[in-house]
Write a protein that binds this ligand. Structure first.
Ligand code: C5P
Length: 280
């Protein structure tokens, strides 16, 4: 295949849910959420190059499902452009973790294609993102946001610098399966108070008030989630919680050094990484 020498590179940042409340079930099968989300430094790297053909090809260092979000995002975007691209991805974000890896990749592909072709308005681009997945609009926005609706109604917030240790065991959680198991009503976070803590950059209060309504159901599926959460606290985390639909759990630490020290207690985990929240 003939490639254009010009190649675009983009980082696709993972997300964490500092709070996640499920406020209702919709007739389309999705759930209404209220979640304070933050981008983190853990990221995949995506390379996009134009090709001579109209074909879209995806190359990854980790096996991806055939109809993966990278391919779907490129196909959707390029319908209006009529060109082909070759996309290469270096995956670092684990899958079935609740870290939004697949959404981050789709968001990065849409963003980079927009940089290359400018074929859509900003609104249209966000709509394309929502068609791929509920978390894609947030991943396109980045930073810290209050997410409502199915996750696509976004209110940007002040970024909070947080030192994190993210851990995940071998077993993942399937998002649709988990959502199909929950029984409403579930306890909700006090989002207003939480946003105040975010606005004041009150790390102690943020760590104390971390909350995920999906966590107890996810623990029934994957008990390791509770074990890792407990261990993060024992290792000095100010607070710890599962992110998204799991199975990754993160702890907030006073410093990067303390997070690195705590990481030593997770040699049995298939993923343990010290990272930071990132701003847009
Ligand atoms: O949009 P996404 O593909 O990320 O969602 C995966 C699945 O998770 C949906 O098909 C749905 O079952 C569930 N989900 C939900 N409510 C949301 C987000 C996801 O029920 N707000």
């Amino acid at each position: 295949m003939e490639y254009n020498i010009h190649m675009e590179r983009i980082s696709a940042y993972a997300k964490i849910n500092l709070t996640l409340s499920v406020t209702g079930k919709r007739s389309d099968g999705y759930h209404d959420l209220e979640s304070v989300m933050h981008s983190i430094s853990l990221h995949d790297v995506i390379y996009v190059s134009r090709t001579g053909s109209k074909e879209i090809t995806v190359e990854s260092d980790v096996a991806l499902p055939e109809n993966n979000t990278i391919y779907r995002a490129a196909k959707l975007y390029l319908e209006r452009v009529g060109c082909g691209v070759h996309i290469k991805v270096n995956k670092k974000i684990p899958s079935e973790a609740g870290l939004g890896g697949a959404s981050a990749d789709a968001a990065a592909v849409l963003t980079v294609l927009q940089r290359m072709y400018k074929a859509y308005s900003k609104d249209e681009l966000f709509k394309l993102g929502k068609q791929i997945g509920a978390d894609v609009p947030f991943c396109m926005m980045g930073g810290c946001c209050l997410a409502q609706g199915i996750g696509e109604i976004l209110t940007p917030q002040k970024c909070v610098p947080l030192n994190l240790l993210v851990v995940k065991g071998k077993e993942g959680v399937s998002t649709p399966k988990l959502f199909s198991k929950i029984k409403l009503p579930l306890k909700c976070a006090n989002t207003e108070n939480f946003l105040e803590a975010v606005n004041e950059r009150n790390v102690g209060e943020i760590a104390r008030e971390l909350y995920n309504a999906l966590e107890s159901e996810a623990v029934n599926e994957v008990p390791k989630i509770a074990e890792y959460k407990q261990r993060l606290i024992e290792q000095g985390a100010l607070g710890a919680v599962m992110t998204g639909s799991g199975s990754a759990v993160f702890g907030i630490f006073e410093s990067c050094e303390k997070a690195e020290e705590a990481k030593k207690a997770f040699s049995d985990a298939c993923f343990a990484e010290v990272c930071k929240t990132v701003c847009k």
